[in-house]
Design a binder for this molecule. Structure first.
Ligand SMILES: *Cc1c(COP(=O)(O)O)cnc(C)c1O
Length: 342
């Protein structure tokens, strides 16, 4: 947003981005290719990642689609009538982490046409290492589609991937059934712009573009796509990302010490909490909002989280995290106090 204000709004250049048609899908892909380090022909630009998900589910999934629970619900809600979602439950007792061997055996039994892995997962924040994801992709070559959603990958760190982003987009070259989905909404804080992309086999991009999606982006989204690909932006973003991750790690550590909470280790920009003190997620949500002006996400409507009082809390700046921590402490402290008083 700072870049937009500095480079577009303040110098009065907004008109340049809005008066004319934006670049077409392939031209924006060309811009992004060096930054993502895959050939432009493998990039499909979406009006948000949600459009990429919709396009894949409608074009490249025939039969069952395997979805892990808890999940981002579009992956089963957008399934067309012929597609049957089958659910693999991640367990709270295992911190919602994925056991690759168990999962592969389950896939063998269920025989889905496609599998979805969100990494790090939404809403649990659990992360599967680049080595494990690679093994999974290699073991599932026979499927029609493997969808890996890396919308939160900029928040993750992998010792095997050094300081870079642990994306598996490069594997598309050797795995024509692989689709890597990426939203720019969360890590760059531009959800209203609607910018996302998918990396997939060149033939798949061609098939999608034969049927439309020519100008599915917008002038403003194009500005942000180009910004995302700029080396000067990437250089400025790297230390911000690093600091965010440190602040978020500290936030998780303190949260985990608060009585009445179970914290599931997260590599995303949010953390899933289970309330263990008897306070309901709705009460917790209401008190945080009305007494402290803090909005958290209750998870009652999330499939696979019905057996407990779960909330998802986003990490913010270090200063805001401190405010969130004291508010959470106050709400849980009040609750246990009231409990003791009968
Ligand atoms: C938010 C989200 C999306 C959708 O992102 P948009 O780019 O805003 O459409 C896709 N996948 C996951 C896992 C998300 O959390």
């Amino acid at each position: 947003m700072d870049h937009l204000v500095r480079e577009v709004i303040t110098p009065g250049k907004l008109r340049d981005w809005l008066e004319y048609y934006p670049s077409q899908n392939r031209a924006i892909a060309q811009q992004l290719a060096p930054a993502i380090q895959v050939p432009a022909e493998q990039i499909f630009i979406g009006n948000g990642a949600i459009e990429v998900i919709q396009a894949i589910l409608h074009q490249f999934v025939h039969g069952r689609i395997a979805v892990n629970l808890p999940t981002f619900s579009s992956y089963y809600e957008f399934a067309t009538p012929g597609v049957e979602p089958v659910f693999y439950q991640l367990e709270a007792a295992q911190d919602f982490s994925l056991n690759v061997d168990d999962y592969l055996a389950w896939v063998e039994r269920q025989q889905p046409a496609a599998v979805v892995l969100i990494n790090p997962n939404n809403p649990s924040g659990t992360y599967l290492s680049i080595a494990d994801v690679t093994r999974l992709i290699q073991s599932l070559r026979h499927l029609e589609s493997i969808i890996i959603d890396e919308s939160f990958i900029h928040f993750a760190a992998d010792p095997d991937a050094d300081e870079s982003i642990p994306s598996v987009a490069k594997l598309v070259a050797d795995h024509p059934n692989l689709v890597v989905v990426k939203s720019l909404s969360k890590d760059f804080g531009i959800a209203g712009i609607r910018a996302g992309y998918g990396v997939m086999a060149a033939e798949r991009v061609s098939r999608l573009l034969q049927h439309g999606y020519l100008w599915n982006s917008s002038g403003l989204a194009e500005y942000f796509f180009r910004l995302y690909a700029r080396p000067d932006f990437q250089a400025a973003y790297a230390p911000v990302r690093q600091r965010y991750r440190q602040d978020f790690a500290a936030f998780q550590t303190v949260l985990a010490r608060i009585p009445g909470l179970q914290v599931f280790p997260s590599q995303a920009n949010f953390v899933l909490l289970k309330l263990t003190s008897g306070l309901s997620a709705d009460e917790f949500f209401t008190q945080l909002l009305t007494d402290h002006g803090i909005y958290v996400r209750t998870c009652r409507d999330k499939r696979g989280l019905e057996n407990g009082e779960y909330v998802r809390v986003a990490g913010r700046t270090a200063e805001e995290n401190t405010a969130i921590l004291s508010a959470v402490q106050a709400v849980l402290g009040n609750h246990s106090g009231r409990g003791l008083a009968g």
